[in-house]
Design a protein around this ligand. Structure first.
Ligand code: GDP
Length: 607
């Protein structure tokens, strides 16, 4: 027999964790899927929202956006989860969206030449800036060059070609290594040709080697500009030898690499260099389809007072029109105005053209891809899908017992961002973890709000501000924004929000124990019995556990209590009384009845 104290101990009963999402019901459908299929095509075949397909892929550890492709084996795995029998489709005439896309690309009649995009690379002080300036001064018409007052990350020059036809070359004047990092990170196409500047009085140096490696990795052809030939007593042949040791063998040494001796400072050999660039461009057969909507890449961006976020994009393919809506990473916007590299307003821009656009809701990053779309609705859908892709797998994993609190964090400066992140890290517990979906320095923007909405995040800001229209957007979308001036208040509130995520603890509190002395009446689901209260207190309405030989055999509910002919509400320890109970279990003499009630307690964070 357990002691009284023990019996009255509180028993903790935790609510069962949320069950995994049930498998979709209904008949299992058989679908045919090609050996390689894009996510959007698969969603189309399954007739499911693309976000559902992306989420299921993520649950299985595959992060893919709508245009990425997966193989049929992966489609089978997620098909199984979504109640589809996936079988591999024999190649037929029918074409997927991607195939259709490729078909447009391959419609040669629509494709025309586009100017080459050139990046100038080389060791510091070897003359990159001087060369860019010389080219700009000599090849941009004098009337125009005077107008270039802005730096937009690239410019175009016009070079006389065959039959007096002028041809364009686009020069990127952002640092070359940045362009290559972006090409790797985003798969962006930023440059077609590298001009490697090597000062003949200095030779091959560490950054020369770095540039060679970048270009080789990206499979971009190199033209060498042997610069500073005006400096007396220099020997270009010695530099050619050094370059040959790096697998760059000059044409006159029997190799394939074009090397042009120049003096960037005096303008000597620069025209020949431009001719050689066009020659290499011709060998590359650079084409574009002007009928397509534009795609491109961000090469410069900043915020300008009065104009808002401005971004220069280099158009890779297609044509950009002033009325277009563009999606860049997680942000989008309808173009308000477009300018060319001279700062002149333009209405359309074609491939290889640098163009500055205004109308974005946020400042995009260097190297991010730009896609022009049909409408703001499509742009919104695309940014929502991209936001979903950003969600880490843990958040979507419905099997996980762990609670995640998603956060978007904006701060005034990088230092406070780091400090707050470190503090947030420390308040994570085994039950609830914070999950920083996005972070940044600066004001809260519309794209923060959109991301907060799609990722179901709290927006936490530290010493930053918010424009009225952005606040209105947040209100419309019911996105909670908390702005703080003091770190510990931020952390206190965060702790409170984390606590809110915890399921309340269900606790059964024992009220009293009785022993069954006699059975007076047994009906279908009701009994009248005589009991003695051993301990505690019992009342009408209490739930009861029926125990026989220390084992629970059923439950019941007290419907009436009677003492010496009169009805009572409660009875206390040491008293014998009559009790009416409702139960599907038949009680017998000698059974023990334990009355209890369930209380919900708010849990607190551990640690
Ligand atoms: P970057 O660091 O590669 O951009 O090099 P800069 O263009 O700033 O040039 C570094 C220095 O080399 C400057 O003092 C230039 O005037 C000088 N320089 C550049 N090109 C030539 C050239 O062809 N001949 C001579 N003599 N000096 C040059």
């Amino acid at each position: 027999m357990p002691s009284k104290n023990k019996r009255f101990n509180q028993k903790k009963v935790y609510v069962a964790p949320v069950k995994p999402e049930p498998q979709p019901l209904g008949e299992r459908k058989t679908i045919e899927v090609p050996s390689i299929v894009s996510v959007i095509d698969l969603a189309d075949i399954m007739k499911l929202p693309v976000t559902k397909v992306i989420a299921t892929l993520m649950k299985n550890g595959v992060i893919a956006n709508i245009n990425e492709t997966i193989d049929v084996e992966t489609a089978m795995i997620i098909g199984d989860e979504l109640n589809f029998e996936v079988i591999e489709k024999e190649e037929t005439e029918e074409k997927s969206n991607i195939a259709k896309e490729v078909e447009i690309e391959e419609d040669l009649s629509k494709r025309i030449s586009r100017p080459p995009v050139v990046t100038i690379m080389g060791h510091v002080d070897h003359g990159k800036t001087t060369l860019l300036d010389t080219i700009r001064k000599t090849s941009v018409a004098a009337s125009e060059s005077g107008g270039i007052t802005q730096h937009i990350g690239a410019y175009q020059v016009s070079v006389p070609g065959e039959n007096k036809k002028h041809r364009l070359i686009t020069f990127l004047d952002t640092p070359g290594h940045e362009a290559f990092s972006a090409m790797r990170a985003h798969g962006a196409q930023i440059t077609d040709i590298v001009v490697l500047v090597v000062a003949v009085n200095d030779g091959v140096k560490p950054q020369t080697v770095e540039a060679i490696n970048h270009a080789k990795l990206a499979n971009v052809p190199i033209i060498v500009a042997l610069n500073k030939i005006d400096v007396p007593d220099t020997d270009p042949e010695r530099v050619k030898k050094e370059l040959s040791e790096r697998d760059l063998l000059s044409e006159d040494w029997g190799g394939k690499v074009i090397m042009v001796p120049i003096s960037a400072k005096k303008g000597q050999g620069v025209d020949h260099l431009l001719e050689m660039i066009l020659l290499v461009a011709d060998m590359k057969n650079l084409k574009t389809n002007p009928d397509k909507k534009a795609t491109g890449v961000v090469i410069e961006s900043h915020k300008q007072m009065g104009a808002g976020p401005l971004a220069t994009m280099l158009i890779n393919d297609g044509t950009l029109n002033q009325s277009d809506t563009v999606v860049i990473g997680n942000t989008y916007g309808k173009i308000r105005f477009m300018e060319d590299f001279r700062g002149k307003r333009i209405k359309t821009a074609t491939a290889s053209t640098p163009v500055r656009i205004a109308g974005l809701s946020d400042v995009p990053n260097f190297g991010e891809l730009v896609v022009s779309v049909d409408s703001e609705k499509v742009a919104r859908q695309m940014t929502q899908v991209k936001s979903a892709v950003r969600n880490p797998i843990g958040h979507i994993d419905v099997d996980s017992k762990e609670k995640n609190l998603n956060i978007i964090l904006k701060t005034d400066v990088q230092g406070s961002l780091e400090a707050i992140k470190a503090s947030i890290d420390q308040i994570n517990t085994s039950d609830v973890k914070t999950n920083i979906i996005n972070e940044g320095v600066g004001d809260i923007t519309e794209s923060d709000i959109n991301l907060a909405e799609t990722s179901k995040s709290m927006l936490i800001a530290f010493r930053t501000s918010i424009k009225p229209q952005v606040r209105q957007l947040a209100e419309r979308k019911h996105v909670k924004i908390s702005i703080y001036e003091i770190i510990y208040q931020l952390l206190d509130d965060l702790r409170a929000s984390m606590t809110d995520l915890l399921e309340p603890e269900r606790i059964e509190v024992e009220l009293g124990v009785t022993k069954v002395l006699k059975i007076f009446l047994t009906q279908k689901s009701e009994q009248i019995i005589g009991v003695r209260v051993e301990s505690g207190k019992l009342a009408i309405g209490n739930e009861i556990r029926i125990k026989r030989n220390d084992e629970q055999i059923g439950t019941a509910k007290i419907t009436t209590l009677r003492r010496e002919q009169s009805e009572v509400e409660t009875i206390l320890a040491g008293i014998e009384c009559g009790m009416g109970i409702k139960s599907s279990t038949k009680v017998e003499e000698g059974d023990v009845l334990e009355a209890y009630q369930v209380e919900e307690r708010i849990r607190t964070l551990e640690g």
